[in-house]
Unconditional design. Structure first.
Length: 330
């Protein structure tokens, strides 16, 4: 554990969690009593201590689990109504909130707003609204090793975990989720200090990106059915064929238990080069939709629900052979 005070969330508050010398839980301090430096301190220290702090968080019962999944990126994102009054001068203080943990700053083009809507005329697709050309850029704030990324623009807050090399271990969804929540709280505190309106979520996105290759130098693009179970249904045995690569996209509308529209799952596969230069398949699974209520708690509940959908779909779309290689435990 780090020395001094560690800041985290407890009972909906940002508070000191432990004293490294006494090991006792500190007294909770409401968010509005914390200074900007304290809210930032939570984000600064959190990534280094997630294993200790959130070891008590439980994975949902029965959810498939893998010792060594082929996961290379996890994306958690909120889209919200455009922040009124946001200007370029505000970007400096917002970056300052995260600079100790995310020192690398880049500017990227803005993402257009996207809303998942029910299938219309047989064409399920997100409704996109194009940005005006003079809108502010999207900030990329990266950790020193570039494995962590926070993206911010006038209507988006996104956190990415990225596997940058073979030594990076997947920290698990629970840890990334809580880091996202803490970073969002710090961002909200920064907006409040700048006298900007609080954000109101309108869409939530969870994406898992996997890079899949076969063992023993087998070519997964020529033998995709050995990794992707849904391709086993292809019984075309033409002797003249020679498979070159594989790509596909599957979209499924999702509903809540009462049958009301929730959002959409998109599964995409495409050929890529693997980390060792081998031919591989990039399998991306995204769930995006509207939270039941337009607040942070409901958005986090949507994320948890989407994560379960994604993990179960990943398990259904990949083969038992690969599950053994990835060390499936459940």
């Amino acid at each position: 554990m780090l020395s001094g005070v560690l800041w985290g969330t407890h009972g909906g508050q940002i508070c000191p969690l432990t004293d490294s010398q006494s090991g006792e839980i500190g007294e909770a301090a409401p968010l509005d009593r914390l200074g900007d430096s304290q809210a930032a301190r939570f984000v600064i220290h959190f990534r280094q201590t997630t294993k200790d702090i959130f070891s008590h968080m439980q994975r949902p019962d029965g959810l498939p689990d893998y010792t060594d999944p082929p996961l290379v990126e996890v994306v958690l994102g909120l889209q919200f109504d455009q922040i009124k009054g946001l200007k370029s001068v505000h970007y400096g203080p917002i970056h300052q909130t995260f600079v100790a943990n995310y020192p690398i700053l880049e500017e990227k083009p803005t993402l257009a707003p996207a809303f998942e809507v029910p299938n219309v005329f047989g064409e399920p697709r997100p409704l996109t609204i194009q940005h005006r050309p003079f809108e502010l850029p999207r900030l990329w704030m990266l950790s020193q090793d570039e494995s962590r990324l926070i993206q911010f623009q006038g209507d988006r807050f996104i956190m990415n975990w990225r596997k940058r090399n073979g030594d990076h271990q997947y920290p698990r969804y629970e840890a990334i989720r809580e880091e996202f929540r803490g970073a969002f709280a710090a961002m909200s505190k920064s907006l409040e200090a700048l006298e900007l309106a609080a954000v109101v979520p309108n869409q939530v996105e969870v994406t898992y990106v996997n890079i899949i290759s076969l063992p023993d130098e087998e070519d997964v693009l020529c033998n995709p059915e050995r990794a992707i179970s849904i391709l086993n249904e292809d019984e075309w045995n033409d002797p003249d064929k020679q498979k070159e690569d594989t790509s596909f996209s599957i979209r499924d509308g999702l509903s809540w238990g009462n049958g009301t529209w929730a959002g959409r799952m998109t599964v995409q596969a495409q050929p890529v080069q693997g980390p060792k230069g081998e031919r591989a398949i990039q399998l991306s699974i995204m769930v995006r939709g509207k939270p039941l209520e337009r607040n942070l708690e409901s958005a986090m509940e949507f994320m948890d629900w989407a994560r379960k959908k994604i993990v179960n779909r990943f398990t259904s779309v990949t083969t038992d052979r690969m599950h053994k290689i990835w060390g499936r435990k459940i």
